[in-house]
Design a protein around this ligand. Structure first.
Ligand code: ATP
Ligand code: MG
Length: 354
């Protein structure tokens, strides 16, 4: 029995979480695979009801779960609240509270959606599948910063244990994929990058079955566009990861298709689509639920070790696209336009057929 905390949140959050639950229910096998769902309040809706973006009870339920699935938080309704209360604090509070230091963002281009990519067709080939593993709670984002007269500074500091733990996530993840890790740094310039490189190399000794190479960040930014197929897992620091994961998502084009996972020292993970709450289409049966459904696949793979079931979900999504079904955000000529609910039903239908 796996306990899942559901955080529908705001905007299209509830619309897409509903579809994710349908898919999880279709995976259940009594006595073998069972899920227990608990819905929790967070974000703007939580501010409306309790005055806090992340009530303590919500975090407690998430901490007692095996995985957390979030829809989205935020929206214009809460943009100008008095004081410092903002829906986005729920996200930071959850990440911090759950101790997730590794952010996994796959950039997967389904061959059926080639047109959404700015890359040439001959570069895309059979599709793209790169995973960026970004260190999330260290580095320059959390280093000392300040002003000194007319100067300003920010410092990047990484310790060996911080790099070791993100390296382990990257190598473990690569073992569930194509067994290749590219560590990205700026070791020709930065001392923190030299420590990063040494440490990654050291950890790699425990993973002789995974291939490791090192790349400077400027070269990586170029190689992602020149030949994305050379990459399987990219592991990098907080700031380089921020930039490279956005670049990688643009390669595949569609916001509504991209999932993410955040992991810590335990199997418990935090899963969410990378898009926001899209308040312009909330509650209108227009949102694309596939990013959330693909986040469910990541949950099965990384928190529950249900690799086969994760593959099945990804195959069902590919098949739905192959048969021409599209939500409005990924609609093209001659395709079949469907709403949020129907898209969820279709994935379930294809899952039952596999
Ligand atoms: P946030 O600050 O919460 O990240 P944002 O301003 O970056 O929000 P999103 O909420 O991600 O923006 O939405 C950007 C645009 O993309 C919106 O017009 C929205 O309608 C569209 N969009 C985002 N997610 C989806 C989705 N799942 N399905 C369809 N359209 C989407
Ligand atoms: Mg945004």
């Amino acid at each position: 029995m796996f306990k899942i905390a559901l955080v529908p949140g705001d905007g299209i959050g509830p619309d897409i979480i509903k579809q994710a639950v349908k898919v999880l229910k279709a995976i259940e096998r009594p006595g073998e695979i069972e899920f227990e769902f608990t819905e929790v309040l967070a974000g703007g809706t939580a501010i409306d009801k309790t005055g806090h973006p992340l009530p303590k009870e919500s975090l407690d339920i998430c901490l007692a779960s095996d995985a957390v699935l979030l829809g989205a938080v935020g929206g214009p309704k809460w943009d100008n609240l008095p004081g410092d209360i903002r829906p986005e604090q729920a996200l930071l509070g959850l990440r911090k509270g759950l101790g997730v230091f590794a952010n996994l963002r796959p950039a997967v281009l389904f061959p059926q959606l080639k047109k959404a990519s700015p890359l040439k067709e001959e570069i895309i080939g059979e599709g793209i599948d790169v995973l960026v593993v970004r260190e999330l709670i260290g580095g320059i984002y959390f280093g000392q910063r300040g002003r000194d007269g007319d100067r300003a500074y920010d410092t990047e500091c990484y310790s060996v244990p911080e790099v070791e733990r993100i390296a382990r996530v990257a190598f473990d993840t690569a073992r569930k994929r194509r067994r290749k890790v590219t560590s990205v740094d700026k070791a020709n310039i930065l001392e923190s990058s030299r420590l990063w490189r040494e440490t990654i190399t050291h950890v790699a000794e425990q993973y002789p079955d995974v291939e490791l190479n090192h790349m400077y960040v400027d070269n990586c930014a170029m190689q992602l566009i020149r030949n994305p197929h050379q990459f399987d897992v990219i592991v990098t620091s907080n700031m380089f990861g921020d930039i490279l994961s956005d670049e990688a998502s643009m390669l595949v084009g569609s916001l509504g298709m991209l999932p993410s996972a955040s992991l810590g020292d335990t199997k418990r993970g935090f899963y969410e689509p990378i898009h926001g709450s899209a308040p312009d289409i909330a509650g209108q049966d227009k949102a694309n639920p596939l990013a959330t459904i693909l986040s469910v696949a990541m949950m099965l793979r990384y928190s529950f070790d249900l690799t086969h079931q994760a593959d099945m979900i990804e195959r069902a999504v590919a098949q739905v696209l192959e048969d021409g079904y599209r939500t409005a955000d990924i609609m093209e000529n001659d395709m079949k336009l469907v709403g949020t609910d129907k898209m969820g039903d279709l994935v379930v239908e294809y899952l039952n057929r596999i």
